[in-house]
Design a binder for this molecule. Sequence first.
Ligand SMILES: Cc1cc2nc3c(=O)[nH]c(=O)nc-3n(C[C@H](O)[C@H](O)[C@H](O)COP(=O)(O)O)c2cc1C
Length: 332
Amino acid sequence: MTLHAPVTMGGYTARGNLFLAPVAGYSDAAFRSVCANAGCDLAYTEMVSSEALTRGSVKTNVLLERGEGEGDYAVQLFGSDPDVMARAAELVARRWEPALIDVNCGCPVPKIVKTGAGSALMREPARIEAIVRAMTAAVTVPVTVKIRLGWDDHTINYLDAAQAAVSGGAAAVTLHARTRAQGYSGTADRTAFGRLAAAIPVPVFASGDVFTAQDAVDILGVDGPRAAGVMFARGAMGNPFVFTLALAALNGLPEPVIQPADRLAAARRHFRLSLKLYPEHSACVEFRKQACSYLKGIRHGAELRARAVACSTAADFEDFFRVWDPSIQNLG
Ligand SMILES: Cc1cc2nc3c(=O)[nH]c(=O)nc-3n(C[C@H](O)[C@H](O)[C@H](O)COP(=O)(O)O)c2cc1C
C-alpha cells in the first residue's frame, strides 16, 4: 500500500501529499520549480501581504510568479482585515489562478504580529473565521489556513482555531506543531496532528521538524487519525531531493541514490531560474544563502561556502559552480 495519496480540498484535488511549505526568502518561483522537478506535489509561495497587493504594489508581483514547469501552486496571504484579505484573494485568484489560497496564522515576526496578522490571529479565532468567511465568499478557489499550536504553552488552542477556520469555510488546515513562543526551536509536537485530524472534517497537513523521507513515512503512516499530507520547510532548503526520497519511501521503493552531480545540477538550475526572476545583482546576493544550503555536508563545503558568499555577478557564480564540480574535486 502506498502512503503517497491525492488530497481533495473543496473543489481541488492535489495529485499527492508531499508539499513545499511557504518559507519567506526561499520558496520563490525558482526554488518551487526545482522542487517540482524533484517530486514535490504542490508548493506554496511565501507569505504575501494582502495590504501591499490591494494597494497595487508591483514589488509583490515577483512573489506570485509561477515556477517554470510548476503546474499548480498555492498562494499564501497574510493580513488581519477580512475585507482586505477578501479583496487580495479576489485579485490573486483572477490574475494568478492558484489551486489554493492559504491564510498565514503562524508568522511570529514582531513586525507582522503587531499588525494583528500572522500568529497574532491565534489569539483571535473569531477573526480567523471572519477572514476565511470573507475570502470564501469572494473566490471559488479553496481557502486553507496555516496555524500554530497556540500563542504559548499556556494558550494551546489549535483545535479552536482550526474549528473557527472550518466554520468560516476552510478546505484544509496546516498545523505547524509549535507555539508562537517557540518560534522555530524546540521540537514540534507530532501527537497534535492526529488530534486535529480527529477533530475537523477537512484534511490536516503536518508541519514542523519534517526533515527526512522517514519523517514523512512516520507522520503519514501512523494508525488511527493522521495527517493527510506533510510539508517540508527547512528540510527542503538546499535539499530538493528530499521530495525524491520521500516519494520513493512512501511508495515502499528502494532509496534512490542522489549523486553529488545531481546536487550541483539542481543548484545550477536554481541559480539560472533566479536570474530570470530578479535583476542580476539581487539574484546573486539572494543566491548566496541558497548556495550555502546546497553545500551542507559536502566535501570542501567550508571553502566553497566562503566562495559562494563572495559572488556578486552571474559570472562569479558560474566560476563557483565550475570549482564545485564534483568530478574536478575528486581529481584533487
Ligand atoms: C526562514 C523561514 C521563513 C518562513 N516563512 C513562512 C511563511 O512565509 N509562511 C508560513 O506560513 N510559514 C513560514 N515559515 C514556517 C514554515 O512554513 C514551517 O511551518 C516551519 O519552518 C516548521 O517546519 P520545519 O521545522 O520542518 O522547518 C518559515 C520558516 C522559516 C524557517
